[in-house]
Design a protein around this ligand. Sequence first.
Ligand code: PXG
Ligand code: PLP
Length: 448
Amino acid sequence: MNSRQQLTGLDHYWLPFTPNRYFQEHPKILASARGAYYTTDDGRKLFDCLSGLWCCPLGHAHPKIVEAMTRQAQTLDYSPAFQFCNPITLSLADRVAAMAPAELTRVFFTNSGSEAVDTALKVAYGYHRLRGEASRMRFIGRERGYHGVGFGGMSVGGMVGNRKMFGPIMIPGVDHLPHTYNLSQMAFSKGQPTWGAHLADELERLVALHDASTIAAVIVEPMQGSSAVVVPPVGYLQKLREICTKHGILLIFDEVITGFGRLGENFGAQRFGVTPDIITFAKGVTNGIIPMGGIIVREDIYQAFMGATAPAHAIELFHGYTYSGHPMAAAVGHAALDILEGEGLIKRARELEPVLEGAMHALKGETGVVDIRNMGLAAAVDLDPIPGKPGLRGMKVFERGIEEGLLLRLAGDSIAVGPPFISTPDEITKMGEGLRRAIKHVMQQGNA
Ligand code: PXG
Ligand code: PLP
């Protein structure tokens, strides 16, 4: 890739979630993208192993998306989000609601997953308050959970690196369920581990500790994505649902990664057969091409706001973004859903699931591989860390992956993959083999 001297911007740009000093010395610049491949500034072709950041399942430069963006820019490029709407955003709400479980009917648009999560938490609290249960102000997240970087999402999140600098400025009243990962019980599980449903009973313990009357909502990713693909044990989400229902606690599924087909169904809710009260989404709704996110809520949650005692000309929910339901994003959303449906890509994701499972679990037994997990078109490999240098082995495999033509995703000493739905079985198999060569190469270097 380009040397430091050839690049502008390195003196001014602050990269998100990136070791900036390392990047300064090893800049990685992507110049273009088409289909399932990126091209770097020095002309290397890289297979898009994580679909961008889990957000581009339909691949890049799809002509229908390019066409939709051009047409929308010429028709209505922006419309004020407050007091007005436009046909394309309205009809996208219809389509998103139609894809969700039947109980979830109302869509509120945001511009990212982080905003979707903060919106969901505010709606959950507001709902209880409007029903005369204002004491329900606690939120329960989960260890290893990722819910974005807003104040709410960071507070319910459970990845320590995202939290430790900000402990004193978290929103109050948050508690966490234990995560469900246990290497000794579920190493090399394919799909859902059979051990661990009982961990949902920890919610009963938190209810006993705090009292149900103080808890507004539980928020979990149906399958944890960011903390390197932690798949829920069989029966675990069902138990969470039962306990929430029993105590009048709302259940929020954060489906920013699992929504729009990643698990081979529209949403994780459908894959796991568990219906939450609120779903958050982002990423795949526009194939990641224009930022968009949102929440889908049960009709009675929406109606609780509409039935409020304020006069009919008053705003019911003092919340929203300048770019909520942006018409450009909505146009791309329609194009993305047209492609998803028209090309049968959710079904294809489901068909590719065993191919990915085979390609990844084939790495079992490779020196340095301590665990492999998968579900839908998502998988992760955990590497044995270099003693005293957490993250360095992962970084080396990630770097070597580039030599192998793979744009992998690094999460500490784990490597995550979530290939595009348009991938061929051969591309997925080759990705597994490239990852094997990268791991072998790095393990041969030892612990230096
Ligand atoms: N909730 C979940 C479940 C997510 O996965 C967010 C909220 C926040 O979305 P925004 O759009 O604000 O980033 C996410 C985002 C990775 C990775 O490599 C995951 C995310 C973002 C970037 C990288 O696992 N998840
Ligand atoms: N800060 C200021 C000063 C603003 O005027 C606004 C929106 O009008 C915001 C922040 C919020 O921006 P957004 O609606 O894009 O989230």
